[in-house]
Design a protein around this ligand. Structure first.
Ligand SMILES: C[S@@+](CC[C@H](N)C(=O)[O-])C[C@H]1O[C@@H](n2cnc3c(N)ncnc32)[C@H](O)[C@@H]1O
Length: 275
C-alpha cells in the first residue's frame, strides 16, 4: 500500500496499480456519497422492489457504512435477521456505529466469495455497488446464490461506468481523468452481464431497471462533489500529474460558475428470484 500526501494534513491511501480500497479517506468519501441524493434514491428503489416481511432474513453484500442495513433492520421490525457483510473494517465500524440501537443485525467481516453462513438461510440477498469491485464476480454470485433459499429474491444496484461522466472541462483533460478512473473497479458494465449470469445460476423473472440521473451543481447534497474528490485522488495515484488533476478541478469550478457543468451516472437495479 502506498501513502500519498496530497494536501496538508490529509493522507490519502491507495493501492498503486490496483483497484480502489474502501479505507481511510476513500471510505469517508464513499460514506458522503451514500448519504447524498444518489445513495438515498437507490435505497428507496431497493426498498420499493423488495417486499420485506417482518421475519425475513436479509443479507447485504458489501454493506459499506450500513445505510441500507439500518433500513432493512427497521423494516424487519426486530423479528427478522439482517446480515451485513464487508471486508473493510473501516466501513464495518461505521455500520456498527450507525446501527448501534438495532439488535437484529449480525456484522460479518469477510468477502462475498466466502460467506460464513449456512446454505439457504436468506430470504433476500441485496447489494449496492459492491459486485463491480469483486474480481471473481462468478464466485461471489455463486456464494450469494448458495445462501439464498429457493424462491428468495436477489436485488443488486451497480453502475454502468461507461456512462459515468463529468461535463465542463476541456475534453482531452476530461478524458485523461476519466480514463485513469476506469482502473478503479473490475467490472465497468456489470448490469449488462448480470442477467445472463443470474439465468445461468437458476434465477427467474430477471429485470433491469434504470436509476440514471444527472446533476448540474456540486452543493453538499450533490454526489458530484464527493465523486470529484474520489476521482481526483485516484487519478493522481494512477498516472495523471498533480497539475493536470488540479487543472481539471479548476475547470469543473469554472464550468459550474458559468452554468455549463454537469454530471451523469447510470445505476441499474437488477432484480431476480431464485427458482
Ligand atoms: C461503493 S461501496 C458501497 C457500500 C454500500 N453498499 C453503499 O451503497 O453505500 C463498495 C463496498 O463494497 C465492499 N467490497 C469490496 N470488495 C468486496 C468483497 N470482495 N466482498 C464484499 N464487499 C466488498 C467495499 O469494502 C465497500 O464497502
Amino acid at each position: 500500500m502506498n501513502k500519498v500526501r496530497n494536501w496538508p494534513r490529509i493522507t490519502i491511501y491507495f493501492y498503486q496499480g490496483s483497484k480502489v480500497k474502501f479505507v481511510k479517506e476513500t471510505a469517508r468519501n464513499q460514506r458522503l456519497i451514500a448519504s447524498s441524493m444518489a445513495g438515498i434514491s437507490r435505497r428507496q428503489a431497493i426498498l420499493q422492489t423488495l417486499s420485506i416481511n417482518s421475519n425475513d432474513r436479509i443479507m447485504d453484500v458489501g454493506c459499506g457504512a450500513g445505510h441500507l442495513v439500518e433500513q432493512l433492520a427497521k423494516a424487519t421490525s426486530g423479528q427478522g435477521q439482517v446480515y451485513a457483510l464487508d471486508p473493510s473494517e473501516d466501513q464495518l465500524a461505521e455500520a456498527r456505529d450507525r446501527c448501534s440501537d438495532l439488535s437484529n443485525i449480525i456484522f460479518l467481516h469477510g468477502s462475498a466469495d466466502n460467506i460464513d453462513l449456512e446454505s439457504g438461510v436468506c430470504d433476500i440477498v441485496t447489494s449496492t455497488q459492491a459486485y463491480e469491485y469483486i474480481e471473481d464476480i462468478d464466485a461471489a454470485l455463486l456464494e450469494s446464490t448458495r445462501i439464498l433459499r429457493s424462491g428468495g429474491s436477489f436485488v443488486n444496484v451497480s453502475i454502468l461506468w461507461d456512462y459515468f461522466r463529468f461535463y465542463g472541462p476541456d475534453e482531452t483533460l476530461n478524458n485523461l481523468v476519466h480514463d485513469a478512473f476506469k482502473e478503479h473497479c473490475y467490472h465497468q458494465m456489470l448490469p449488462m452481464e448480470l442477467p445472463g449470469k443470474l439465468r445461468g445460476l437458476g434465477y427467474k423473472y430477471i429485470k433491469n431497471e434504470s436509476l440514471a440521473f444527472m446533476v448540474s451543481d456540486r452543493d453538499q447534497n450533490s454526489p458530484a462533489r464527493y465523486l470529484e474528490t474520489m476521482m481526483a485522488n485516484f487519478a493522481v495515484t494512477h498516472g495523471v500529474s498533480k497539475k493536470d488533476v488540479e487543472d481539471w478541478r479548476v475547470q469543473l469550478t469554472e464550468a459550474e460558475v458559468e452554468g455549463r457543468f454537469g454530471f451523469t451516472s447510470y445505476p441499474v437495479l437488477t432484480s431476480a428470484y431464485l427458482s
